[in-house]
Design a protein around this ligand. Sequence first.
Ligand SMILES: NC(=O)c1ccc[n+]([C@@H]2O[C@H](COP(=O)([O-])OP(=O)(O)OC[C@H]3O[C@@H](n4cnc5c(N)ncnc54)[C@H](OP(=O)(O)O)[C@@H]3O)[C@@H](O)[C@H]2O)c1
Length: 358
Amino acid sequence: MSLTHYRTLGRSGLVVSPLALGTMTFGPGAWNADDATARAVFDAYRDAGGNFIDTADIYSGGGSEALVGRFIKETGARDELVLATKFGFNGAASPLTATQAGGGNPNAGGAGAKNIHRALDASLRRLGTDYIDLYWMHIWDGVTPAEELVETLGALVRAGKIRYYAFSDMPAWLAMKAATIAAARGIPGPIAMQVEYSLVARDVEAEHVPAARDAGMGVQPWSPLAGGFLSGKYRRGDTAGTGRLSGANPFGDSKFADRNWDVLDVVKTIAAEVGCTPAQVALAWTMAKPGVTAPLIGARNVEQLTGNLAAASLTLDHEQMARLDEVSAPPPGFSAGLASLTIRRMVFGNRDVRGWGE
Ligand SMILES: NC(=O)c1ccc[n+]([C@@H]2O[C@H](COP(=O)([O-])OP(=O)(O)OC[C@H]3O[C@@H](n4cnc5c(N)ncnc54)[C@H](OP(=O)(O)O)[C@@H]3O)[C@@H](O)[C@H]2O)c1
């Protein structure tokens, strides 16, 4: 498989590469590429056939969008690209930036109609375009009703300012409710979910992935390398000065849990057997999981990017997938337990019954 083995994102007509380029590393920031390197990463991704670019208004205080907009203008690539950006965070309170306008204004963040229109206009300006292909709610604010979300975003699709919309970092029930309301009211609905999903973050398999598959939403994993942990470059007990996860950082809880090191050991063993990098094994696993359309690649330089893109041509065999699944299996929670084979047999008189699409 290569980046030109396109697929649709969810049940939609939006055609995307199997790996998307994340640009959280573009623009000013301690963990980011300088502008020339960001341009080289952008070019390398496009040269490999990639068409799916992901940014957000919050990344580098709008600096990522500004750079992406500049690169698109310089390369004349707008028509060829699926350009995705996000709204939702209030710049003044984010660890990723403290420079975006709107500090102290609650309506300069969140999923309410007032913020969505404000954020979209600002993103269009920075990106130098008059439409967004895929507009993500970056994070659910916990208060805006699904009805308002669907009406606001559906109207923007109809107005042509965005082509599609989708949800990142939200409860599965909210995405399903929005999809159901949209279908019932005959307005455009969400086409994808963007969620943290990797060999060391599999919580979304319990609720999000089944909901996405049922509602025709593509799953787009973020941090498929757990912020670089699954590249294998960190060593147990010696994680200083290695990369983004070294020392204090805003990228969530420590990835350096005992359990995660055990997962990494198996990733490295399989990489040695196959003759590839641990990062490629981790990405190939994510790409092969049910429901996944196009994981987001994050890269600080061209070497990381090209190494990671090679995962598109790696297919792990059944036995390798099973070993990875086993060592990384999340503790069985309530929802996953309901879907177990044991329960199915109890329900169907000790018979094996497969459902539609299984
Ligand atoms: N929706 C959301 O809430 C959300 C959240 C996070 C990210 N995202 C999106 O997802 C994209 C990817 O996320 P991510 O950057 O966290 O992905 P990731 O692939 O888990 O981590 C990428 C980082 O790992 C390191 N790395 C990557 N490849 C490597 C390699 N081959 N060898 C060694 N180190 C390597 C680099 O950091 P260092 O070199 O600095 O160590 C790189 O910046 C972002 O750009 C953004 O578009 C979305």
